[in-house]
Design a protein around this ligand. Structure first.
Ligand code: 3PG
Length: 420
């Protein structure tokens, strides 16, 4: 993709990096085992390799900044030593690790880089200024972030800034939006791939375009649903998971005390009114479950929606619904998936999710998936190379598809004229 024409973002191939120090912001934030704290999926690490290889071949001195979260958001942040080891393995050359984000040790390591050498600096989330800005505890515009410790320490000792962290594009933090105010700025190759795949889904989908929205993150599903129904990107929304339950409640079905309590306890009932509105406006475009599954004495049972309520927790779509979804997916020209159909980690409730993935793997339509849970679910049931595009982003992808302006994209566009 030509960055200039289509996105307004400069691409990294437009600069000459020989002997230049590049500050490279990656997103290699990876799922980690809660016990061992070891990386369990290397997807984002692998996807960073083309940009790194390009910069190495160009003779750049590469200082990488990146973050790693924890299973409990900002608790017990771990070092990124293992990320450096994995990057070293993939690249076949050492990526040195310094457990310091931008203090004297980090600065020394950056200054000592030679052409083709790499250093990964400490976990950006060690810095409260990174978290407080995007969590809106401290509201700062990009130009007001120039006084942060990170920018003050690193900007003077690098020549340019390359960002290939689309997965964190929704984070208004110094590492993502401030260096663009000062330095020649470009985007890595992954960012263009992500934008290109998502833009195709939004703007030029092959028809019919089908969105499968499941999982527990209903606010994501509803934000996206509103946008893609209003702008005509979606011809069908297949609702599963809790999104499906909300649609049923909006239609007046009584899911039974246990299911209703689950929804109310999480304050997800606020989505019932918007669901009624969408059902009224877009009726046939919204496909919701006709049966749902529960467990009794260790055995899977299903109930048709006409026979509701049930006293049991329903944690998957039923087989009649599966058949309907399979038909829709087989006909689709474009398929986008966010969120599993049920609690697929439990064998009793895996049928819906499994069937959807199998249909997508067989489907002829262009398929795009993204988001941590969705990708993990897909990897469990199919060979994900059968999906046309697996986006590294979760939150950023959902916001992009919901029409929300992403801080990173805005900052990259604004910096278009910041060149050497
Ligand atoms: C992600 O995993 O969505 C990105 O790496 C951003 O991480 P965060 O949600 O912890 O900010």
């Amino acid at each position: 993709m030509d960055g200039k024409i289509e996105t307004g973002i400069r691409s990294m191939e437009e600069f000459n990096y020989k002997d230049k120090t590049v500050l490279l912001r990656l997103d290699v934030n990876s799922p980690i085992d809660p016990e061992t704290k070891k990386i369990v999926s290397e997807n984002r690490i692998n996807k960073s390799i083309p940009t790194l290889t390009y910069l190495i071949e160009q003779g750049a001195k590469i200082a990488i900044i990146a973050h790693q979260g924890d299973t409990l958001d900002y608790h017990n942040l771990i070092s990124m030593k293992e990320h450096a080891e994995k990057l070293s393995q993939r690249l076949g050359r050492e990526v040195k690790y310094i457990d310091d984000v931008c203090g004297l040790a980090a600065q020394e390591a950056v200054k000592n880089l030679k052409s083709g050498e790499l250093v990964l600096l400490g976990n950006l989330r060690y810095l409260s200024e990174e978290i407080s800005t995007f969590e809106d505890a401290v509201k700062l515009e990009a130009h007001e972030m120039l006084n942060t410790y990170l920018v003050r320490s690193l900007a003077p000792i690098v020549d340019c800034y390359v960002n290939d962290a689309f997965a964190a594009a929704h984070r208004n933090a110094p590492s993502m939006v401030a260096f663009q105010e000062l330095l020649p700025t470009a985007a890595g190759s992954l960012m263009f791939k992500e934008i290109s795949a998502l833009t195709k889904v939004m703007e030029t989908p092959d028809k019919p375009s089908v969105f499968v929205l499941g999982g527990l993150k209903i606010s994501d599903a509803f934000g996206m649903m509103k946008q893609v129904l209003e702008n005509g990107s979606a011809d069908k929304i297949l609702c599963a998971g809790i999104t499906g339950h909300i649609m049923l409640m909006a239609q007046g079905y009584d899911l039974g005390e246990a299911n209703i309590k689950f929804i109310k306890d999480r304050k997800l009932d606020v989505f019932i009114e918007p669901a009624k509105d969408y059902l009224q406006k877009y009726g046939e475009k919204i496909v919701y479950p006709v049966d749902i599954a529960y467990e009794e004495d260790g055995v899977r049972k299903e109930v048709c929606i006409e026979d509701l309520p049930t006293s049991r927790m329903c944690m998957d779509i039923g087989h009649k619904t599966i058949e309907i979804l399979e038909e829709e997916l087989a006909k689709a020209g474009t398929i986008f998936v966010n969120g599993p159909a049920g609690v697929y980690e439990n064998k009793i409730f895996e049928d819906g999710t499994k069937a959807i993935w199998n249909s997508i793997a067989e489907a002829k339509g262009y398929s795009v998936i993204g988001g941590g849970d969705t990708v993990s679910a897909a990897q469990r049931f199919i060979d994900t190379s059968k999906i046309n595009y697996v986006c590294t982003a979760g939150g950023a992808m959902v916001r992009f598809l919901s029409g929300v302006k992403l801080p990173l994209i805005e900052a990259m566009k604004k910096a278009y004229n910041k060149t050497f």
